[in-house]
Design a protein around this ligand. Structure first.
Ligand code: SF4
Ligand code: SF4
Length: 295
């Protein structure tokens, strides 16, 4: 059977995920569960269900979805009620919903299908110095597929990049992914282990060790990135601690990524709890303060 990946988006004409014009593929599944995750639909490695109540209009469909659900997770009490906990993601309701109130989050795509989609954009890579970026979720959570895809792209001479949380088995990564990469955006979030466990669900030990090893690799550009999350990662001791860690590896800079609150609208659609409440962008002064603490 042909390799396939569970992805949740393909963005074309991207200019933010690496040099030139790029196609960014978002793979589902991540070992971390950051409280501020910008792509919460990418965390779960399974297909998920999204329900947009404002789109639901039973007068159009006669509640067609309810009779399709064999495990009875759909019911109507003034509005459609979805029992997310018992949904088995069979997809039967998506098929009959005319308004797309019920939609799948994620879909399977074969390697050849994805390569075909990428080939449509390839002329733009040549003219702009762009390429393909794999994001997520966490790319390395689907290592065999990422390996096959990156290897094929490299054979075609296409520039490749990944965005990673850094939580992976280094030996596997070095063998299956690294030889086919030009650029790695590597997130460094929290320098304190207890804080890392508290806010991302994982210890940072493996992440820091992987970064340390990657910094010694010769044939790939590694760009450290720090998401600035007010009250969590933007604290002076965290920013100066990451700065010291990088300096110990003779790396003087990093990309600081100011907080963007737009992800929060996704939580209700996925029935996920809110773990981080800030709903505003960072002010220029906040950003300047972070730069000062990092330097
Ligand atoms: S995806 Fe399947 S199990 Fe889940 S609500 Fe729809 S019909 Fe029911
Ligand atoms: S979710 Fe779709 S199919 Fe179900 S009642 Fe609403 S509009 Fe109809």
């Amino acid at each position: 059977m042909e390799l396939q990946a569970l992805i949740f988006d393909i963005k074309r004409d991207c200019s933010e995920d690496g040099p030139g014009i790029r196609t960014t593929v978002f793979l589902k599944g991540c070992p971390l569960s950051c409280h501020w995750c910008q792509n919460p639909e990418g965390q779960n490695k399974r297909l998920e269900l999204s329900f947009q109540a404002k789109r639901c209009d039973p007068s159009v469909c006669g509640l067609a979805c309810i009779s399709q659900c064999e495990v009875a997770c759909l019911s109507f009490h003034n509005t459609l009620q979805v029992d997310f906990d018992h949904c088995i993601r069979c997809g039967a309701c998506f098929e009959v919903c005319p308004t797309q109130a019920l939609t799948p989050v994620g879909y399977f795509i074969t390697l050849s299908e994805l390569l075909y989609r990428i080939s449509i954009d390839a002329p733009f890579y040549k003219s702009s110095g762009g390429g393909v970026t794999l994001s997520g979720g966490e790319v390395t959570a689907q290592m065999p597929f990422a390996h096959a895809l990156l290897k094929t792209l490299k054979k075609k001479g296409i520039h490749t990049a990944i965005e990673t949380c850094g939580f992976f088995n280094y030996a596997n990564f070095r063998k299956l992914i690294l030889p086919y990469l030009d650029l790695i955006y590597f997130d460094l979030k929290l320098i304190d282990e207890a804080q890392s466990i508290r806010y991302t669900g994982q210890s940072n030990r493996l992440i820091l060790e992987n970064f340390r090893q990657l910094a010694n690799e010769r044939d790939v550009d590694v760009v450290p990135r720090i998401p600035l999350i007010p009250g969590i990662t933007d604290r002076p001791e965290n920013l100066s601690g990451i700065s010291d860690f990088l300096k110990s590896l003779s790396i003087s800079g990093a990309t600081l990524m100011p907080y963007n609150p737009l992800w929060q609208d996704k939580l209700a659609l996925l029935n996920l709890p809110e773990k981080y409440a800030r709903k505003t962008f960072m002010s220029d002064e906040e950003k300047r303060t972070c730069i000062g603490w990092f330097n």
